[in-house]
Design a protein around this ligand. Structure first.
Ligand code: SF4
Length: 237
């Protein structure tokens, strides 16, 4: 069993949802929001690794990375594109004033968890002037989390565990870089929960391997399949 954060998260949302997506091949159609987020992630990676920090280079990176699926019409897509341009210009201003240096972009980690493999991709790892590592995740939603939410963020904790297990690197800080909402929000990384997370990831991988997919209907109101899932308690929602 190869466990990514996405598989882990979806199984924890609802095991039946996991089955629909990863066993039955159901797809969640792209939306404006998902295409926008993916486009920004790809544009940032291309710009940061391209060696040219000009605005023109950033515009080119966005044009090349842009995904046009999921938008209801051309006007809507154009509005999202303008929003992406504004967000990236704000990001560039902040980026050019950073004192840390980028040591990895889209950094993959792989580690063995008993009979399973855990794999993930960290958006970015920086190293500060004091040598401390900062693990960064880009978010493209309209609002910024609080520092307490960043400290508790399941994805960052999953990635921090992967960084230590696979890369031998312990982050001092975890950061959500709010590309649209700005600014960056950081929290000290506390590794004390790693044993519990490791045990939970192992339990999830074991359960998937046993094909244990009992529905968890507490997630139905937020589920993409709530209108047509046979177990949904939120039909019509
Ligand atoms: S609608 Fe409810 S039961 Fe069905 S997959 Fe989604 S969360 Fe699970």
């Amino acid at each position: 069993m190869e466990l990514s954060y996405t598989r882990y998260r979806i199984y924890r949302e609802c095991p039946w949802k996991y089955k629909l997506i990863f066993q039955d091949g159901r797809r969640i159609p792209p939306t404006a929001k998902s295409s926008f987020g993916l486009s920004l992630h790809r544009a940032l990676e291309a710009w940061l690794s391209g060696g040219d920090d000009s605005e023109d280079a950033l515009s080119r990176a966005l044009r090349a990375a842009w995904r046009g699926d999921g938008y209801p019409d051309e006007d809507a897509e154009s509005r999202w594109y303008s929003k992406a341009e504004r967000a990236l210009l704000r990001f560039r201003d902040e980026e050019l004033s950073r004192r840390s240096r980028v040591i990895a972009l889209e950094k993959e980690f792989i580690w063995e968890l008993g009979p399973h493999t855990v794999r993930g991709m960290i958006d970015r790892i920086d190293q500060g002037p004091d040598g401390a590592y900062e693990l960064i995740d880009y978010k493209t939603g309209p609002s910024a989390p609080t520092p307490a939410q960043v400290a508790a963020d399941a994805q960052l904790r999953f990635y921090a565990l992967g960084a230590r297990r696979a890369l031998g690197l312990s982050p001092a800080t975890v950061t959500v870089d709010c590309v649209v909402a700005g600014p960056r929000v950081s929290a000290a990384y506390d590794p004390s929960g790693e044993a519990a997370l490791t045990a939970d990831a192992s339990a999830v991988a074991d359960a998937i391997e046993r094909a244990s997919f009992s529905p968890d209907t507490s997630y139905c109101p937020r589920c993409d399949f709530r209108r047509d899932c046979a177990h949904s308690t939120a039909v019509g929602g």
